[in-house]
Design a binder for this molecule. Structure first.
Ligand code: CU
Length: 646
């Protein structure tokens, strides 16, 4: 064992430079090896995820440069013979299993390997093939079979099974868009553990739509007249990258990546005159749920948890220069584990670059006939995922004025179903002949473990109120912001209200700026929406986080995902609704903000056959964090000299 530990130590120092670095392929391999050697995993074991087991904050705080540090893997796996999910932590550096435990009742997320096996299985099933033949489809190999989380839509005899149901589409010829030919009514219910088709259901035939929905250059001739735009940075980039650490214009942060969340930001801080001031300890998007409106049989089952049921790290794209990203790009490869626990690499998974962002500030002094203008710049950290028909592109922006923004771009192909010739529906838009795109919504949960100048943070709701006319307001013009301190979790379950300019302010009551005000960052909502599902609909219990735009919790180890650790087939109530029952105090403590971003999607004909990008986001802006415009010292561009000098 000693030699193994030595070997592990060497591998660790080669692989990781910081305790928050994502696991390398070698560390993944080592972790799985340790687990197997301890007898916890056999040939049947299916691995869901092998991610860094992040060190506790206390350990991070005491970590010193050049010091050795432990490396641990958090592993989720399942044994299909036992129908049991397991989770545990392996110390890669100590060569030992720290714990390994069954999670009774949990249904592990659907892995990519199972997703592919499920498609092959269903295509080969005689009952399914008969269903295809009834629809005049003789080529099962041209049928795209998607495995969807079944949620609560199971029967009594399904008890204990890990199930999915399938939606299928027909690729009439190679290269065609399968979503143009949704196969209506034919659904297989598949036990992923046994990898067996439990039953095939036929809710009735609707003919395939006639269109092709193709969007590639072969089927669309590109327009003319677009001259090239080239982004040039002749002196190179202004950011520095050291391993997974990024420094840019006073910003310092670390990048991370997990199978479930994709990109994670760690220890986001701002270097303010030589002093590194923390802002966010950890930020990521921790759930994504898409409830659909269509009430027809099976169509009403479509409620995907793209993060909790599948994971978005595993479906991250390899990005291409000039297509996904423009300019001087630094890419990061990430390493994940496949279903057998073997590491594999997604090349160019994370894109890092900087962008000019228009004017940052300006003033023209009329008397002096003199203008001062500064450009704004932002650092962009992004990744893009493909969740079957849909693409989600996640962009974290860091600005020269101290703001941080999350923008999520939604694109790809809307989910379709077939309807009869000439038919319409209240529950979707006809986007092509006989092709219905159901109304739906996308709810993201951004988890922001805040650390505004340290861990002692409080959250205020800030609204603006008019002042009653009277001695205090004789002209009726007065209005003022009203701050309400959110004291406990139950007080901190809030909705947006744009008409009162409602937003939330995270302050550190223990630290003041030069003006004597507590330092803070505002969470400023952009457009948002609430779910329209009935309160008794299962999705409202399973994804209860989406019923509020803001939740605030005190930081607690293990409170990572707003719909719980294992949302697959979960009846609901886990995660935020469960934790916040305790109504814990949240004043002057280490707080976590959970902000829900809702994108409301009534499909347009213009969303077909591939939809133009739609955006949702929010901004974190300094409010008293600096005490003065932090971009004051941006260097003048060439245009700032007095006009008379020209
Ligand atoms: Cu949509």
């Amino acid at each position: 064992m000693v030699s193994q530990q030595d070997a592990a130590g060497v591998a660790r120092s080669e692989a990781a430079h910081h305790p928050l670095d994502p696991l390398s392929g070698e560390e993944i391999r080592r972790a799985i090896g340790i687990l197997r050697e301890a007898g916890h995993a056999g040939p049947e074991t299916r691995f869901v995820s092998v991610d860094l087991h992040e060190p506790p904050k206390s350990e991070l705080a005491s970590a010193r440069h050049g010091q050795e540090f432990p490396r641990k893997a958090f592993i989720v796996a399942l044994d299909p013979r036992e129908h049991m999910t397991y989770e545990g932590v392996v110390s890669v550096t100590a060569g030992s299993v720290l714990f390994w435990r069954p999670v009774p009742g949990a249904r592990a997320p659907i892995t990519l390997g199972e997703y592919a096996d499920c498609e092959r299985l269903v295509r080969a099933d005689q009952r399914f093939r008969e269903g295809l033949r009834r629809r005049g489809i003789d080529h099962p190999d041209q049928v795209l079979v998607e495995a969807w989380g079944i949620g609560p839509f199971t029967r009594a005899e399904d008890e204990g099974r890990r199930l999915v149901w399938t939606l299928c589409f027909y690729r009439a010829s190679p290269g065609d868009n399968p979503y143009a030919k949704p196969i209506h009514g034919l659904h297989a219910i598949v036990d992923l553990d046994d990898m067996a088709v439990v039953r095939v259901e036929d809710a009735g035939i609707v003919p395939l739509p006639p269109g092709t929905g193709n969007y590639t250059p072969g089927s669309v001739s590109p327009r003319e007249g677009l001259k090239p735009i080239e982004i040039q940075q002749p002196a190179g980039v202004s950011f520095e990258v050291d391993g997974w650490e990024v420094r840019w214009q006073n910003w310092r942060l670390r990048l991370g990546f997990t199978a479930r969340e994709g990109l994670v930001l760690h220890t986001v801080g701002y270097e303010d005159h030589g002093r590194l001031r923390p802002v966010i300890h950890r930020a990521s998007v921790t759930e994504l749920v898409i409830p659909y409106s269509d009430p027809r049989p099976f169509q009403g089952w479509r409620n995907a948890f793209d993060i909790g049921e599948y994971g978005i790290g595993v479906v991250t794209n390899s990005l291409e220069l000039g297509c996904d990203c423009l300019g001087e790009i630094r890419y990061f490869d990430v390493e994940l584990a496949d279903i057998r626990g073997e590491p594999y690499t997604i090349r160019n998974a994370i894109c890092l670059h900087e962008e000019d962002h228009g004017i940052g500030w300006k003033h023209y002094d009329t008397d002096l006939d003199h203008a001062e203008v500064r450009r704004s710049r932002r650092l962009v950290v992004s990744f893009i995922i493909t969740a079957a028909n849909y693409e989600y592109a996640f962009y974290w922006y860091f600005y020269t004025d101290g703001a941080i923004e999350l923008e999520i771009k939604l694109t790809g192909i809307v989910l379709t179903s077939a309807i009869g010739p000439g038919e319409t529906s209240d529950y979707g838009t006809v986007v092509a002949p006989q092709t219905l795109a159901a109304h739906h919504q996308h709810f993201f949960s951004a988890r922001l473990d805040m650390a505004v100048d340290g861990d002692g943070n409080s959250v205020y709701e800030v609204e603006t109120e008019p002042v009653p006319m009277g001695p205090e307001n004789p002209y009726g013009n007065a209005f003022r912001p009203r701050r309400t301190l959110l004291l406990t979790e139950s007080q901190a379950q809030r909705l947006i209200d744009p008409l009162t300019a409602r937003h939330w302010l995270v302050v550190n009551p223990n630290v003041t700026n030069a003006l004597g005000q507590p330092v803070g960052y505002q969470l400023v909502p952009q457009g948002n929406v609430l779910p329209f599902a009935h309160e008794e609909a299962s999705i409202m219990r399973r994804a209860a986080f989406m019923t509020k735009h803001l939740w605030v919790t005190p930081f607690a180890v293990g409170e990572r995902f707003p719909a719980g650790e294992y949302p697959n087939q979960h009846p609901g109530g886990a995660g935020l609704p469960e934790w916040t029952k305790a109504d814990r105090p949240i004043e002057n403590t280490d707080v976590v903000l959970w902000y829900t971003l809702g994108s409301h999607h009534v499909p347009r004909p213009e969303d077909w056959p591939v939809m133009p990008v739609e955006r949702v986001g929010f901004t974190l802006r300094p409010f008293g964090f600096f005490g003065v415009n932090p971009s004051l010292d941006m260097p003048p561009p060439g245009c700032d000299e007095p006009v008379e000098a020209r």
